[in-house]
Design a protein around this ligand. Sequence first.
Ligand code: GLA
Length: 381
Amino acid sequence: MDNSKLVSHFKNTFQCEPDCVVHAPGRVNLIGEHTDYNEGFVFPAAINFGTWIAASKRSDNNVVVRALDYDYQVNAFSLNDIQFDENQGWANYIRGVIKVLLADFPQIGGANLVVTGNVPQGAGLSSSASFEIAILKAFATLYALSLDGIKASMLGQKAENEFVGCSCGIMDQLISAMGHAGHAMLLDCQSLFVKYAPLPDSHQIVIINSNVKRGLVDSEYNLRRQQCEQGAAIMGVSSLRGASLDMLEEKKAEMSDVVYRRCLHVLTENIRTLAASEALSKGDIAAVSRAMAESHVSMRDDFEITVKPIDYLVDIIGDVLGEKGGVRMTGGGFGGCVVALVPSDTVDVVKQIVDEKYQPATGYSADIYVCTATQGAFEKC
Ligand code: GLA
């Protein structure tokens, strides 16, 4: 993105040049949904949509931030007293992140910031994680903090869990901080070991935004997490990572059908995620295709996080792709986006089918983004 607009807003707001401009991307998850907080496997890529922040140090303890995408609103607070802001919801991401950052790096001072971004909000592409990681990158750059990608992701997740109130896992922050251009990233959410997998030149990542507004996201999300924890407790393990399909069958009678199906999704999704990342590295697109299709069915029937328009998109795109590509819902669920791995010469056909069929069948109109996998957070000074 051309940052000249961001920098000129910074100069107009603060009457000086920024010390740096930082960027952190959003993400798309190819497979491995609701596995991260169960210490399982995920396979996301950072995308060419993200958050940009122009930043400079202040000599006092205040943080002043202008959000270009929220009507140029300004939010200001002191590092000495960081409270939840009931009026400007967007500001709680920065407030939460700075609060957790201060606990580990009490030496930081204030900052002037101007923020803008182009990750569609509420679409399951991690606009909030990209914002959190960009803030951490800005403070790490301004105050020369030794904050690596793993540490930054843990702080971002903590802010979201403790300050914003969503019990999310670590996937979104970690890929935003540590993505590699042209690669997806297999992440073991127990050890935080990462393995990068090159994406095939023959295929494009296509994201289709259903534009179904995601309702009750946080409460349903937190409920899914509790159900998984309940299942783990019944099986006597500290997380579902420690459970197997045999253990689940053995304890089936002791749990409700809902808890059983939540666990079944997570355990089978881990298997599919490992299989899909392995298949992708061997160029076995048919196996990736099957894993993505099964993942969608599992999210629809067992984890119950898809909605009808999303299922419809997956059906019509799946019909076009067959086993030459893959398609499934991506992200937390209850609306949001579908991700498809599409042969380059079929992208236009997919666009055409969605344009022709989606709106008449569902009443919603879709947005389609052909994405590239990009590098994680970086600064330019
Ligand atoms: C949201 C959360 C992630 C992850 C996904 C589902 O994006 O922030 O931690 O749980 O949902 O896979």
